[in-house]
Design a protein around this ligand. Structure first.
Ligand SMILES: Cc1cc2nc3c(=O)[nH]c(=O)nc-3n(C[C@H](O)[C@H](O)[C@H](O)COP(=O)(O)OP(=O)(O)OC[C@H]3O[C@@H](n4cnc5c(N)ncnc54)[C@H](O)[C@@H]3O)c2cc1C
Length: 400
C-alpha cells in the first residue's frame, strides 16, 4: 500500500477543490444542498448540477476521453469523489448510469451503443435505472422470470414480467434490464441484457413508500414492452456475464461513504460535546469505537485502491469492504441514537418540521446498506467460500 500522492494527483485534488469553491451552489465547507419537499424538484436540481459537473469533466473520471471522461485511473476517481463528498455535494442523480450502466456498456456495448448512450449518461440528459431484481429473484438473481419473446416482424423483443426495488425508475429514460431469452438453457445461461426505453406503452411504474417516508424505488410492470435488436447488450443468452460486470461495480472502493461517515463522525462528536453525552463513560467507549471503525474503513479503502491502481482485480476483497462499511454504519448510527438519548425517537426538528430529524432519517436509511448491492449474508457466503475456503453452499435442495 503506497499512500504518497504524486504531484499530478495533488494537482488534480487542488483543481477539483478550486472548481468546487467557484461553482458549488452552496457555501463550501459550511452549507448543505437545498432540501426539497418534492422528489421531482430535487431530481431537476440534481440534473442541472450533474450537467455542470460533466461540462467541467468531473463526472466519468475513468471513462475514455472520447465519451467525455478523463481516461484517468482509479486513484484519480477516488480523489475526485473525496473532494465532492467533502464539499457536501449530493450523490449524482445519474449514479446508476455513471457507476453501473456506463462501465457495463464500455465492457460489452457495441461502438454504436456506446456513442448513443454514454455522453448522455455523463451530463444526466438521460437517466437510467437498473431492472434486475424481481419479487422472486433478488439474491438468487439467476432465477428471474421476466420473459423476452422474439418478435421477428418488428425485429426485436417483447418483454413481459415484473421488476421490484427499481431505484429512480419514475425518472428514468432508460433501463438496463435482465430478461430470460431461453427457457431450455440452465438458468444462468438463458438470460440476456437489454437497454429498454422506459417511456413507452407497456411499462407501468408504481412507486414504493420507504421507511423514511420517501419514494426512491418502485415496482415496474412490463407488459409486452419492446426492445429492438440493437438494444441487446452483449451476446444473446450472455446476460449473466454482462450483469456480472455491472454487479462488480456496485462494490469495490467507496470513497463517498468514507467521507460521509467521517463527516457524520465529526457531527456526532460535536453533538456529544453539546448535549453532555461525552461525559458518560459508556458513551465515551462507543464514540471511541466509532472513531476507530471509520479509520479502519479508510485503511481498508486505501488497501483496495492500491490493488486497483496496480491493475490487480479486487475479487472477494470487495465483498469484505461492503460488509464492513454497512455494518460499521449501523453501529455508528446506533451510537448517534444513544447520544441523542431521549430525543432519539423524535422525527420533528425544533421548528416542528417532519423529517427534520437528520440523524433519525440517516439511521433509518442506512439500514438499507446491508441489503442493496448484495445482502450481507451473500457477502459472508462469498468471503466464506472464496477467502476462507469453506465448503460451498448447496445450490440444490439436498446437495452437500
Ligand atoms: C435501497 C435499495 C435500492 C435498491 N435498488 C435496486 C435497483 O435499482 N435495481 C435492482 O434491480 N434492485 C435494487 N435493489 C434490490 C436489491 O438488490 C435486493 O434487495 C437484494 O439483492 C436482495 O434481494 P431480495 O430483497 O429479493 O431479498 P432475498 O434475496 O429474498 O433475501 C431475503 C433474506 O434472505 C437472505 N438470503 C437469501 N439468500 C441467501 C443465501 N444463499 N444464504 C444466506 N442468506 C440468504 C438475504 O440475505 C436476506 O436477508 C435495491 C434494494 C434496496 C434496499
Amino acid at each position: 500500500m503506497d499512500l504518497r500522492p504524486t504531484p499530478e494527483q495533488e494537482a488534480l485534488r487542488a483543481e477539483c477543490r478550486d472548481w468546487l469553491l467557484a461553482n458549488l451552489p452552496w457555501e463550501y465547507g459550511r452549507g448543505l444542498p437545498p432540501r426539497f419537499d418534492d422528489l421531482a424538484d430535487e431530481v431537476a436540481f440534481l440534473r442541472d448540477w450533474q450537467r455542470k459537473l460533466s461540462e467541467a469533466r468531473w463526472v466519468g473520471i475513468t471513462w475514455p476521453a472520447e465519451f467525455g471522461g478523463r481516461g484517468a485511473g482509479p486513484l484519480a476517481h477516488y480523489i475526485v469523489q473525496e473532494e465532492l463528498a467533502r464539499a457536501r455535494a449530493p450523490e449524482l442523480v445519474g449514479r446508476i448510469g455513471i457507476n453501473l450502466v456506463g462501465p457495463t456498456l464500455l465492457a460489452h456495448g457495441t461502438p454504436a451503443q456506446q456513442q448513443r448512450w454514454l455522453p448522455k449518461i455523463l451530463d444526466a440528459s438521460e437517466l437510467w435505472c437498473q431492472l434486475f431484481s424481481e419479487p422472486d429473484a433478488g439474491s438468487d438473481l439467476a432465477s428471474l422470470s421476466t420473459w423476452a419473446e422474439r418478435d421477428d416482424r418488428r425485429g426485436g423483443w417483447r418483454i413481459t414480467g415484473q421488476k421490484v426495488w427499481t431505484s429512480y425508475a419514475q425518472f428514468a429514460d432508460w433501463g438496463l434490464l435482465l430478461a430470460r431469452t431461453n427457457r431450455s438453457a440452465p438458468k444462468h445461461r438463458g438470460i440476456s441484457a437489454f437497454a429498454i426505453d422506459m417511456r413507452q406503452p407497456g411499462i407501468d411504474i408504481r412507486p414504493l413508500r420507504q421507511i423514511t417516508d420517501e419514494y426512491d424505488f418502485n415496482e415496474v410492470f412490463l407488459d409486452g414492452a419492446f426492445a429492438p435488436d440493437d438494444h441487446l447488450i452483449g451476446a444473446l443468452d450472455d446476460g449473466w456475464r454482462v450483469s456480472s460486470s455491472t454487479l462488480t461495480h456496485e462494490r469495490g472502493t467507496n470513497p463517498r461513504q468514507l467521507v460521509i461517515h467521517a463527516q457524520l463522525l465529526d457531527e456526532l462528536f460535536r453533538l456529544a460535546c453539546e448535549n453532555g453525552a461525552d461525559s458518560d463513560h459508556r458513551l465515551q467507549q462507543r464514540l471511541a469505537a466509532a472513531y476507530v471503525e471509520v479509520r479502519l474503513f479508510q485503511l481498508h479503502n486505501w488497501r483496495s485502491l492500491s490493488r486497483l491502481e496496480a491493475g490487480k482485480p479486487l475479487g472477494p476483497e470487495a465483498s469484505a469492504l461492503k460488509l464492513y462499511w454497512s455494518e460499521m454504519s449501523k453501529r455508528l448510527h446506533d451510537t448517534a441514537m444513544a447520544v441523542l438519548g431521549s430525543a432519539s425517537p423524535l422525527w420533528w426538528d425544533a421548528d416542528g418540521n417532519p423529517g427534520g430529524g437528520r440523524w433519525q432519517r440517516s439511521w433509518l436509511y442506512y439500514h438499507a446498506a446491508s441489503i442493496f448491492a448484495g445482502t450481507n449474508e451473500i457477502q459472508r457466503n462469498i468471503i466464506g467460500e472464496r477467502v476462507l475456503g469453506l465448503p460451498r453452499e448447496p445450490t440444490h435442495p439436498g446437495e452437500r
